[in-house]
Structure formats: C-alpha cells, structure tokens
Design a protein around this ligand. Structure first.
Ligand code: AMP
Length: 192
C-alpha cells in the first residue's frame, strides 16, 4: 500500500498536485470535496444535507463524511493505495484514518519496505491563496466564504500538522512555486 495525504489550506494546490501524483503513482485520487459536489449536483440526500455547510465554507459534519469515505476506500481501485485530498480535515477524521490503516494492516499484514504513508503539508501564504481562489471562481470562492474557509482551516485542520509531525509522518513542501517544481519535490519525498 502507498498512501498519500494532502494537508494544506484551500487554494494551496492540493487538488492539482493530488491529481498529478495519482497519475504518477497509479493510485486513485480521492477528493472528498469532489465527491460531495457530485452528490450536490445529483441532489442525493447526502448532497442536500451537505450543501448548506459547503455554501457557508463550513465543514460538513463527520457523521455524513465518514461513511462516504469508508465506502470509497473499500472500492477495488483503492486496494493498492490512495491519495486523499481534503480529508482528514479535523482531528477526529485523522483518528478515523489511523484506525482504517490499522484495520487494513491487520487484515493484510504490512511489508515495511513497500508500504508507506506520506502526509504532505503544502504551504502557501494567505495573500497568494486569496488571489488564486478569486481567480478560480468556484461557487464557494466568494471572498467572504474564502476568508471563512481559511479560518476553519486554521482552527480545525491546522492542528493536524502537529498530529502528524509528532508521528514523524509530515513533510513540508513550499506550494508557492510553479506546478512542476512542486510535483518534483513530491516525487523526491515518495522516492526517498
Ligand atoms: P474542497 O473541495 O476540499 O475545498 O471542499 C469543499 C467543501 O466541501 C469544504 O469547504 C467543506 O464544506 C466540504 N468538505 C470537503 N471535504 C471535507 C471533509 N473532509 N470534512 C468536512 N467537510 C468537507
């Protein structure tokens, strides 16, 4: 199993880099934001519940997210590994990932030379983020919502930096560089 987790604020380039690394590593790119937007556009029960939170830039409650992620991680293409983009977003989601990894390990047994979890913190200054997101122009990319999402990130997601660095799993990468350079740094991390 090869697993890559992207932390980093909205607009840090997580989605772009996760998609590029998924191609390189030949494992699926799992974006909880994308799965949720798909539910919203299909107007499923989950989509209808999630939409209010997404429009405000708040996190969708864990009880809605965790089943969705469990289901996605149990699909056959996720058997050899996965890239998580936008999940975990708070400490209880991170604990969920640890438990999931533990249960996979107990089922399959780990091969230390082959198995690895990398957690990437993509670092980008706030002013660059704001500019990038205003240019992107997604429905939840209005200035007020962006600022709120940054606040939610600082309060709920940034604590994961400590969570993973205390487990020696964290790699900091400067995301304020051209896309190819960031990907090169990511390749160095997974090949080292
Ligand atoms: P993203 O595409 O990752 O920026 O996510 C867009 C929106 O989806 C977020 O602002 C949240 O409302 C919601 N969302 C995505 N991932 C999660 C998650 N792991 N936990 C809670 N809400 C999420």
């Amino acid at each position: 199993m090869r697993e890559l987790i992207f932390l980093g604020p909205p607009g840090s380039g997580k989605g772009t880099q996760a998609a590029r690394m998924a191609q390189i590593m030949k494992i699926p790119h799992i974006s909880t934001g994308e799965i949720l937007r798909d539910h919203v556009s299909r107007q499923t029960a989950l989509g209808q519940q999630a939409k209010t939170y997404m429009d405000m830039g708040d996190l969708v409650p864990d009880q809605l997210i965790l089943d969705m992620v469990t289901h996605r991680l149990s699909e056959p293409d996720a058997e050899t590994g996965w890239i998580l983009d936008g999940f975990p977003r708070n400490v209880s989601q991170a604990q969920f990932v640890q438990e999931h990894l533990l249960s996979v390990e107990q089922k399959n047994g780990r091969i230390p030379e082959r198995d690895h979890v990398w957690v990437i913190n993509l670092e980008v200054p706030d002013d660059v983020i704001l500019q990038r997101l205003l240019l992107r122009g997604r429905e939840d990319d209005r200035e007020e919502t962006i600022l709120h999402r940054l606040q939610v990130y600082r309060e709920q997601t940034a604590p994961l930096i400590e969570f993973y660095s205390s487990r020696n799993q964290l790699h900091h990468i400067n995301g304020d560089r051209p896309m190819e350079e960031v990907t090169d740094s990511l390749k160095e991390v997974i090949n080292s």
